[in-house]
Design a protein. Structure first.
Length: 386
């Protein structure tokens, strides 16, 4: 069955693909369709995220993406607050080492150069904001009030509502089986239809590499399993605290709305793979490290039934790939966000919409996110990876 032409076909109905559709429609693009192979949007990495939103990164492009996205989430919270549930509790990075302090202070200066009001907290100030932190050996930390967390499903739903409200089409149960160049664009074959498009956006998350292969392109995005746990805490306070990061071990802890703790740790030695069951080593990794800075939380038992895992679509330098692919005119990459897809989705959508409608991105300098950086060996490493 041959369909009428589209201006843009977006492969992937996670939060990135939906944000791209929303922005394209907001920029006046007429015929936009999102293809999602599942029966609902946001069922893969988007649905398994912890919902963190932060501006405290160590590279300019990630800070710029965060600044735009936080501003947009603040606006969306006014219109969709009951769904988005944006809690600006702040992120607090705590350290007890000389090296950790030097790295945090260096990043703080870069963040402040973007106009962000990131603060250096003394140990007493850290404890005032986050009583769960162990004071012994603490040198201090950084905190940004506009950071926080939101409901990942809420972000997906808001993006879906706004994209559909602006006229974007959404096709569920539509897996892309083939992607071919045509004289005026692309032919996209799904398991249900054949579509024609002037542009194709690869927003397929962990599957981005397989979509690239359909055009004989290597898109170096790998799936890395990441694990999360929820620990119930009867008798503990239930008021919200900042998203607390032990910068020295990589353990992350925050209180959930209604009580209990969300706990995360990403082992940098994890190998690529497609498993989304909880890694049996995860609880041992957490148990070994959580007492360093969060001894009170270490006493709360973690029920393995309340743990889950998802895939980070990762790249070698922990930055996304966003931009045109020079080898294939009209093919746009927007993938590889690692664990930052939810928090950077507004900026990602804006960047792609400007590329397609204006021929270049004006809101951000995308040089560090270009595909060619891998072949050129010109990587900018993001060190603040959780």
């Amino acid at each position: 069955m041959s369909e009428p032409g589209y201006d843009v076909v977006i492969v992937g109905g996670g939060v990135i693909g939906l944000s791209v559709a929303r922005e394209l429609k907001g920029h006046g693009v007429d015929r936009v369709v999102v293809l999602e192979r599942e029966g609902a949007v946001g069922q893969r990495s988007s649905s398994r995220a912890n919902g963190g939103v932060r501006a405290q990164f160590a590279t300019s492009i990630n800070i710029a993406f965060s600044l735009h996205s936080i501003e947009e989430f603040e606006r969306l919270a006014t219109a969709h607050g009951d769904v988005l549930q944006f809690h600006q509790t702040g992120y607090l990075f705590a350290t007890g080492t000389e090296r950790g302090e030097a790295l945090l202070r260096s990043s703080l200066e870069l963040q402040r150069s973007f106009g962000l009001a990131v603060e250096w907290l003394t140990p007493p100030e850290v404890l005032e904001r986050a009583p769960i932190v162990r004071a012994d050996g603490l040198r201090g930390g950084t905190w940004h009030a506009r950071d926080g967390f939101l409901d990942p499903y809420g972000v997906v739903e808001v993006m879906r509502r706004e994209a559909r409200g602006l006229g974007a089409e959404l096709r569920l149960n539509s897996e892309v089986r083939a992607l071919e160049r045509a004289s005026n664009g692309f032919v996209v074959t799904t398991d249900r239809d054949v579509l024609h498009a002037r542009y194709v956006v690869n927003a397929a998350g962990a599957e981005a590499r397989s979509i690239g292969r359909m055009l004989d392109l290597d898109v170096p995005v790998w799936p890395i399993r990441r694990n999360l746990a929820f620990a119930r805490s009867p008798g503990h306070p239930t008021d919200l605290i900042p998203m607390c990061v032990d910068f020295d071990t990589g353990v992350l802890v925050r209180r959930e709305v209604g009580g209990g703790y969300l706990i995360a740790y990403s082992n940098p030695e994890d190998e690529p793979g497609w498993a989304t069951t909880v890694d049996p080593r995860f609880l041992d990794d957490v148990a070994e490290r959580i007492g360093n800075r969060f001894p009170l939380v270490s006493e709360v038992p973690i029920d393995p039934r309340h743990c889950w895992a998802g895939l980070y679509p990762e790249t070698a330098d922990h930055h996304a790939i966003v931009g045109f692919c020079g080898e294939v005119e009209g093919f746009v990459l927007c993938a590889g966000f690692g664990g930052h897809g939810i928090m950077h989705s507004p900026a990602a959508g804006r960047a792609v919409a400007e590329l397609i409608t204006r021929g270049a991105c004006r809101s951000f300098d995308l040089h560090a996110l270009r595909l060619a950086r891998f072949a050129e060996g010109d990587l900018t490493i993001e060190s603040a990876v959780l």
